[in-house]
Structure formats: C-alpha cells, structure tokens
Design a protein around this ligand. Structure first.
Ligand SMILES: *Cc1c(COP(=O)(O)O)cnc(C)c1O
Length: 341
C-alpha cells in the first residue's frame, strides 16, 4: 500500500463515522472515479461473489435478505460454464445459491446455455480470466442469451487490472455487476474489494452487505479499509500505465540480459500461454535451467530469504515483474545467479 493509503486509513482510525453513510458515499466516490453507475465496497472479491449472488436472489427484498442462506421460495440457481468452475466459486454457495454447471469441460454450445435458463435461475456467473479456455463461450454470447431472459450477469474480474478500462468494459458490453479485488493491482487493503455496476443491483448489494443484517454482515468492511480503498482507487486511476508497462519491460530485459551469459538462449521475454494467469499482457521472464529442472530451481527459490515466488509453465520457470519494486530486481537476479552457478 502507498503511504497515502496508509495515511487515509490512519485518519479513519481516529474518526467516528456513520458507517452506513460512509460505506455508501465511499462507493459513490469510487463509482465516479471509475466512471460507472454505482459501486459497493466489500471485504474482498470473494465477499463480492457471495454478496452479488445474494443481491441477484433477493433484489433487496428485506424479508428475503434475512432468510438467506435458506432459499425456500427464492430462485437460487447460479449458472456457470463447467469450464469456468474455480475454487473461489464456493463463495456463491455461501449465499445459499446453488451452482448449476453448463456443458462439458472442453465443449459447450449456445443452445445449452439457452436450455439451462429456467424460472429458478437467479444469475449467470462468469469468470473473466476463463474467457479463452477451451470449453468457454465469449462473454458477449452469454450476455446476448441472458439479456433476452432478463437474467443478471455477474463477472468475476478480480485480477483483470491493468488495463484500467477493464472495469467499465464488461459493463459497457452488457454485464450487470463486475467484481474486482481491492488488494491486487489497485494496491488497496488486502481485505478490500469492489462490486461495480447497475445502480438497482448495487443497492441490493449494499442491502446484503455489512453493516446491514444480511449474509454480508459476517464480511465486515471497516472504516479504515473503506478509506484506504478510496485513496488507493484515486491513486490507481491516476497511474500512468504506459510508464508502468515500460518499467515492467525494463525489469524483464534486465533479468533476461543478466542471466543470458549463464543460460544463453534458455532465458527469454514472453507471455503466459495458459489462459487464466492474469493479467496476461504483462511481460514475463521464462527461463529453463540446464543443470536442473525448473521445479528444482523453484523449490530452491522458495527457501531464500526473502522468499522468491515464481511460476512454472511446462519446463520453464516464469518470473512475473508485477509486484516487484525497482530495487528488488537485483535481488532476484543475484539469487538466481547464485543458484545456477
Ligand atoms: C483473487 C481472486 C478472487 C478473490 O479475491 P479476494 O479479493 O482475495 O477475495 C476471486 N476470483 C478471482 C478470479 C481471483 O483471481
């Protein structure tokens, strides 16, 4: 978190607020900053998933909000493509929603989507990171079918930043709610997140959120987190991402050039081939050690102080510069060099 974010949290810690008003007003401020209709602050993208589902099922009806997670008499089906199932989707079920999978892991048709919709359907849950996987359909296709049936579409875009316009992109395409993590590229508090989208549904999200008695009451957003997230969003939207991309490119070429004398052609700049490793357009370093396996090298890096976390794709070690500070690049290079030599 930036010093300004910590300062905002510190200031909030020393103040009394009407938490209902502070939560709602801060959401309005964030919506304005992103240029979208409305926003609801949550304690993370995961909480955002549970709260979105509760909002789609209850539509703000006070009696139903209290009744959840018992969904007797409430349409409670959350449609998902089978290929989009992820461990985070458990949060849907926290609300009482029942997940209904469509299609096969590597195959699905629009016709199957159309046939899956029923009177019991409450929402369609779409994972932005899975748009390109084999058994997926484009968000545009899903929107076309759901719009016809007036089923709200919730897009989990937790890690889809940068670029900045990904926040409004899905909404402009016709999604109803978009969920973003506050603790990833926005660099707000780790336990913060956002639901952005159509005003009426966002109001239902707020009704299903802390401090209101609802499923979201156990996912509290404290005043410090709210203040920190607003400040982090202010800084995030002002950030120059052309410049940021140049910085990541420079880190990648620095690592590649430094390790080339040892590894030759076995170290290169590249991009993740596997869909779902977000954000996919940030360049990475791919390196293939010659005297050991990538897995062995990864294990050794996990034992360093500080620990250096990497990924593996096929037989290559993958380094993502996204979370590195400028002065940490040299540490990464030194650690890998020492291990390789
Ligand atoms: C990170 C992530 C989440 C959870 O985000 P939190 O803010 O940590 O709750 C949910 N869905 C996807 C796709 C994610 O990448």
């Amino acid at each position: 978190m930036a010093a300004e974010v910590l300062a905002a949290m510190n200031e909030a810690a020393g103040a009394f607020v009407d938490i209902h008003k502070f939560h709602a007003k801060s959401g309005e401020r964030i919506a304005e900053l992103f240029g979208v209709e409305a926003a609801c602050i949550t304690s993370g993208a995961s909480a955002g998933i549970a709260i979105s589902a509760a909002a789609c099922m209850t539509r703000g009806n006070a009696k139903k909000i209290i009744q959840l997670p018992d969904t007797t008499g409430i349409p409670d089906e959350a449609l998902m493509l089978k290929s989009h199932r992820i461990l985070y989707d458990q949060a849907l079920r926290v609300s009482g929603a029942k997940i209904s999978e469509i299609g096969e892991i590597s195959k699905v048709s629009i016709r199957q989507i159309e046939e899956a919709v029923s009177d019991n359907t409450a929402l369609f849950f779409y994972i932005a990171a899975a748009e390109q996987v084999k058994g997926s359909l484009s968000l545009a296709d899903i929107i076309r079918v759901m719009r016809r049936n007036q089923i709200p579409i919730v897009v989990d875009a937790a890690a889809e930043l940068p670029p900045l316009n990904n926040v409004s992109k899905y909404l402009e395409q016709g999604a109803d709610l978009v969920i973003i993590s506050g603790g990833k590229e926005i660099r707000g508090p780790q336990s913060s997140g956002l639901i952005l989208g159509r005003r009426e549904l966002i109001e239902a999200c707020i009704a299903n959120s802390s401090p209101n008695f609802s499923i979201g009451r156990s996912m509290k957003t404290d005043k410090e987190t709210i203040a920190g997230l607003v400040k982090a969003v202010e800084l995030f939207i002002r950030k120059d991402y052309v410049q940021e991309m140049r910085r990541w490119e420079a880190m990648v070429s620095n690592i590649v050039e430094s390790l080339s004398p040892i590894l030759g052609t076995h170290v290169r700049r590249g991009f993740s081939k596997e869909p779902g490793v977000q954000p996919a357009h940030i360049p990475r370093v791919f390196l293939k050690p010659t005297a050991s396996t990538a897995q062995e090298l990864q294990n050794r890096l996990m034992m360093m102080v500080p620990i250096i976390y990497t990924n593996i794709q096929e037989d290559e070690l993958v380094i993502n510069p996204q979370c590195l500070e400028d002065d940490e690049v040299a540490q990464v290079i030194e650690a890998i060099m020492a291990l390789l030599e």
